[in-house]
Unconditional design. Sequence first.
Length: 81
Amino acid sequence: MADGFHLPKDLMLGAPIVTITGRSDMTVENYRGILVYEDSLIRLSLKHGQIQISGVGLNIEYYTNDDMKISGRIDKLEYTF
C-alpha cells in the first residue's frame, strides 16, 4: 500500500530509521520505548521487534517521543523480532 501511494515506508509502517555515524554516534527514529539502558547495552522496543546496541560507554544523549541519539563506542547492532 505504501508503494501504491508513493509514501515512505517509515511513515506508513512505523519502520525504524537507524543512522550510524562512524562508531561513536547513532540516531534511532520510530522507537517505542527503552527496555534496557546500561553503559554496555541499550535495548529498544520497536513497533515490530527490538534493536540491541552493544558497546562501551554507551550514553543516550537525548530522546523524544520520535527519536533518540546514542553516543559511545558502538561495537554491535542487532535487530530481532
